[in-house]
Design a protein around this ligand. Sequence first.
Ligand SMILES: Nc1nc2c(c(=O)[nH]1)N[C@H]1C(S)=C(S)[C@@H](COP(=O)(O)OP(=O)(O)OC[C@H]3O[C@@H](n4cnc5c(=O)[nH]c(N)nc54)[C@H](O)[C@@H]3O)O[C@H]1N2
Ligand SMILES: Nc1nc2c(c(=O)[nH]1)N[C@H]1C(S)=C(S)[C@@H](COP(=O)(O)OP(=O)(O)OC[C@H]3O[C@@H](n4cnc5c(=O)[nH]c(N)nc54)[C@H](O)[C@@H]3O)O[C@H]1N2
Ligand code: SF4
Ligand SMILES: [Mo]
Length: 735
Amino acid sequence: MAKAVTYCRICEPLCGLTATVEDGVLTGIRADREHPLSRGFACPKGIAMTEVQNDPDRVVHPLRRRPDGGFERVTWDEALGDIARRLNALRREHGGDSIGWYFGNPATFSYSHPLWLNGFMRALGSPHLYSAGSQDTNSRFAASALLYGAPHLVPLPDIERTDFLLILGANPLVSHGSLVSVPRIRERLHGVVKRGGRVVVGDPRRTETARAFEHLPIAPDGDAWLLLSLLNVIFEDGLADIDTCVRQARGLAALRGLVRDFPPERTAPNSGVPADVARSLAHDLAKAPRAVVYGRTGTCLGRHATLVAFLIDAVNAVTGNLDRPGGAIFGESPLPVDEIVKLSGLGTYGRTRSRIGGFPDVLGTFPAGIMAREITTPGPGRLRALIVSAGNPVLSVPGATALDAALDELDLLVCIDLYVSETGRKADYVLPATTFLEREDFPLPFLQNYLTPYVTWTEAVVPPRGEARQEWEVIDELAGRMRLGIGALAPQRLAHRLGLRPSPRAMVDALLRASAHGDWFGLRPGGLSLRKLQRNPHGIVLGDHQPTGRLRRRVTHRDRRVHLAPDEIVTEIERLRNAPPPPADLPLRLIGLREPRSHNSWMHNAPSLMRTRTHAARISPSDASRYGLADGTLCEIASAHGSIRLPVLITDDVTPGVVVVPHGWGHEGGGWRVANAAGGANVNALASPDPDDLEKLAGMGHLTAIPVRVGPLGRESNTGDPGSPPDGPVPDTEN
Ligand SMILES: Nc1nc2c(c(=O)[nH]1)N[C@H]1C(S)=C(S)[C@@H](COP(=O)(O)OP(=O)(O)OC[C@H]3O[C@@H](n4cnc5c(=O)[nH]c(N)nc54)[C@H](O)[C@@H]3O)O[C@H]1N2
Ligand SMILES: Nc1nc2c(c(=O)[nH]1)N[C@H]1C(S)=C(S)[C@@H](COP(=O)(O)OP(=O)(O)OC[C@H]3O[C@@H](n4cnc5c(=O)[nH]c(N)nc54)[C@H](O)[C@@H]3O)O[C@H]1N2
Ligand code: SF4
Ligand SMILES: [Mo]
């Protein structure tokens, strides 16, 4: 029996884990007590990775779809040979821009996968790159591009040193924190209160986090209105930190003019926050010695998501809390990320526009919400082949039904995944990926998000099951077979330029050694290198806090200032003001919910997580009686775009006028039997498939505050028994 130290790559705290391995098989996972930040914490999802790792439903050999819809095992050589041939035929006939790639959330947790797929797409010369980002963070990146010139410059809430934390649209007690990596975030949040500070949680639902701290009920999609009113009060009541702001930013007077029309009395009907509450919130925020506003997915999935992200930073800037301890700070990676982003040309916003909808690219990606139309709309640049890696867009993007149908029109669909998902079910090939426990890794994109600067490296803890391969290896081989030319891949170009062997491991070693913390290839003994990280398996803490006071150096606008009133935002405020009211026959607003024992769509096949879980629509007692709904009965939820049926769960945690439905359910994948048996419905069938309904500045899916109506259906429940897999027919996957 061997024990291996590693770290979890399901969500952003990246908790330390220890794995027990017997004869090359994982037998258990525990929290790593010696991890300096997570100190023996891991959640049920991390522990349940043992079940994913050993899942009999996992895909462990390449699979090819048969005409009858079942899958048959093929060799890697057959699969990649045929895929390369078909992609090259498309390239010859229609050009490289007939081929696209969607990468999902787990891709970001691998250091090598995103780099290699970006290189592949560039070598193809295709703009069809899509990701989970347009359902998640792209509004944040777009706002950073407007404010700082650099989309990857994302401020962190300095929870450890703040006196006042306003959280909008995040539930860190369940999500464990996002766009900030803080292991044991619950304790850190309680730490604010213990120091005498406050944590206020603006959310339409009294969430786990709202219950633990102060709840500020807010209307779905009310954030832009609330933030505009906070800025209005801060300016009008003379609470702005003008000196700091003038030093850091330009456009202050213009911003002041922009918010003049938004006193809390006027915004209250849209924000759902009474004027006196908004006024005192503005005063408390501005007068707190150190304060910060932090927003996450609830603020990213509405109709004005980029505007909201922008306004969050504007409040932080105007109160003098940008780039200062206890405020919104800009983390630094031990690697020269700013330079890497610049060199690799990855840090773009609006450099290109999408064929459908004319959306600006965000970090080289277009909104996933347009994929269906890109597939079905004839003309040059039509999307004809799609590779999906570590994603399940059929359950995760807006207009899921339209996408599901559009996938049938593709000439070729390839999924690289652990399972045959709802998306994989439609694929011509499903290629087996390694789990994170089967690959070496480095938290490359998260290093600048750690509040406590930290770095770590892990080796794989078990060999790949069956014939599973790491994504970068698959991409490398596919590129080779397509004769895309090895040096054409961006990371490899970069590696070549640095005089290195182009493997991700060698790249990280070189970057580490050449970094400010590095060993400079021996010139600075004790500095960082891969070897040093390998000798410190619990990782290395690099300091107490992220540095502050360096914003000027990191902003990439030519004037090195934060831009507080760019034209795009002026237009967006106008659009907000003129937004038509939702249809009167859809009086309720649908929002989402994340559950502790779930992770988007992909941990629904782990029996230990599913034992007690069913999918339900949460609704307030007053709406339940108004619409004739009894607890546990089936209701129909209808939007302008579709309808779903779910059991009702009545709870006074939900603000009247709001319906809450978790996403990631409604499984009918080819392979995951526990998930398929769990029942539930795909909530994104209610979201609009129309590109006109995507948010304008980042193409964010409109996935919160969806106008809906609800009505009763009857007494029966549509949930299965999630505890045991059924013995019924399962498509042949010959694992
Ligand atoms: N209505 C609504 N919709 C939402 C959201 C919401 O809040 N509300 N949230 C959005 C957000 S924030 C996100 S991030 C997206 C997620 O959307 P996606 O990323 O499209 O989907 P996931 O459900 O995360 O599915 C991940 C897939 O990757 C596979 N997988 C897991 N690990 C690996 C790996 O290491 N390698 C490979 N190759 N495959 C792997 C899993 O089996 C699964 O099939 O959903 C978005 N959709
Ligand atoms: N257990 C678990 N953890 C996860 C995940 C998971 O699926 N399960 N997913 C991971 C991923 S991919 C991500 S991106 C992060 C997300 O991390 P968070 O954003 O912290 O997660 P959510 O629970 O979706 O929090 C969003 C909150 O926004 C609220 N909300 C909805 N609409 C609005 C609105 O218009 N305004 C405001 N102010 N609030 C609104 C919702 O009620 C919800 O409480 O979580 C990660 N962690
Ligand atoms: S909170 Fe859970 S899922 Fe997230 S990194 Fe930690 S153990 Fe993994
Ligand atoms: Mo996400």
